[in-house]
Ligand binder design. Structure first.
Ligand code: IMP
Ligand code: MG
Length: 340
């Protein structure tokens, strides 16, 4: 019997760093048996460019674009109407989602009541998708699971047998949602989402930790955040980043607050997750704006660089010196998703 092993893609900042692009590329390159979403629900918005067309997925894992079985794992909360709608929408665009998407029987349901409860939520600035209330009920043991909802009966799968039921073993791409800065334990509580966005959330789906092969951390050379806390700095360059980078929420359309790259946070996220490979997306945005800055000490020491090369060199030295898990040469500077 072969084992179950996995690669994990996680966001090291506050979501919206281009996981969709990275997952889409990996799923095309490697022989995965599954792509699996392991946390969050329809609060996520993954922007994917497939064959020149733009797609935004919320719950459906990116395996559907490559004919790979795509599972919503037990750590997620599912808005059933939205999931079924998303599957139908993808089908209409020629993506065979209904044949590929499965929902783990132990995933929880974000009900209409959960969504209604968040209708006027203003304290955290949530996506108002019922995510927090659904996780609250899960942990209070009053929630409903996927196998309790008849609308999902044709999509249900057993979370253990899905990965462990075949003698051939499984090779899974674990697709995270949100990011380290929004993790319920590691983020700036209470300005967080309600799930674990780390590798811990991924292995909880049935992956033995020693069988995690590659941990890909995704970040941007600046930071963005959507929510109520004051996050953006005052520099006009940040307004330019917002404009040039088209930093608007994929789920809510809200403008994302922008600030300069925060290196201590990036290093902490990489270390806690054991990141082997770091992908810095949207470098083209910073280059177009022409301002290169980074915090090296909890938002006190802001360093300015005269060129993108100097900025990249500093970031690489910083990350290699602080993060033992990042392999040599495995910091990759990449562009906005629509540029590949
Ligand atoms: P919730 O996940 O809807 O409860 O929202 C909690 C916080 O996480 C809010 O600040 C949201 O804006 C943020 N958030 C949730 N999902 C995402 C995402 O996919 N990208 C960026 N921010 C998100
Ligand atoms: Mg997003």
């Amino acid at each position: 019997m072969k084992s179950v092993c996995a690669d994990v893609v996680i966001d090291l900042q506050f979501g919206d760093c281009g996981k969709g692009k990275v997952v889409h590329c990996l799923a095309a390159e490697r022989a995965y048996t599954h792509v699996m979403r392991f946390n969050g629900g329809s609060n996520a918005g993954h922007t994917i460019y497939h064959k020149g067309k733009k797609f935004v997925t919320h719950l459906v894992p990116a395996g559907v674009f490559h004919g790979v079985r795509s599972v919503v794992a037990g750590g997620c909360v599912v808005d059933v109407d939205k999931l079924l709608q998303e599957i139908r929408g993808l089908e209409k665009l020629g993506i065979p989602a209904s044949e590929l998407v499965r929902v783990a029987a132990n995933a929880h349901i974000a009900t209409r009541k959960h969504v209604a409860e968040e209708e006027n939520e203003q304290k955290i600035g949530t996506t108002r998708t019922g995510n927090g209330p659904a996780y609250r009920d899960k942990h209070a043991r009053t929630g409903r699971r996927a196998h309790d909802d008849s609308r999902l009966s044709h999509l249900l799968t057993d979370p253990y047998l899905e990965l462990w039921g075949s003698d051939e073993g499984s090779y899974v791409l674990m697709e995270g949602a949100q990011g380290f800065g929004l993790d319920v334990d590691w983020g700036d509580y209470p300005y967080v989402s309600s799930s674990n966005c780390t590798v811990a959330g991924a292995v909880n789906a049935g992956i033995p930790p020693q069988n995690v092969m590659e941990i890909v951390g995704v970040a941007k050379p600046y930071v963005t955040y959507v929510g109520t806390k004051k996050f953006s700095g005052d520099h006009p360059g940040l307004t330019e980043i917002q404009r040039v980078g088209q930093e608007f929420g994929a789920t809510t359309g809200r403008p994302r607050q922008c600030n300069w790259l925060h290196l201590p946070l990036l290093a902490m996220a990489a270390n806690v997750n054991g990141v082997n490979k770091l992908i810095m997306n949207k470098t083209d945005v910073l280059e177009a704006v022409g301002e290169f800055r980074a915090y090296t000490d909890d938002k006190v020491d802001l360093i300015s660089f005269s060129s993108i090369e100097r900025f990249k060199g500093f970031v690489e030295n910083y990350m290699f010196s602080k993060c033992p898990s990042i392999a040599d040469g495995e910091i990759i500077w990449s562009s906005s998703p629509e540029k590949i």
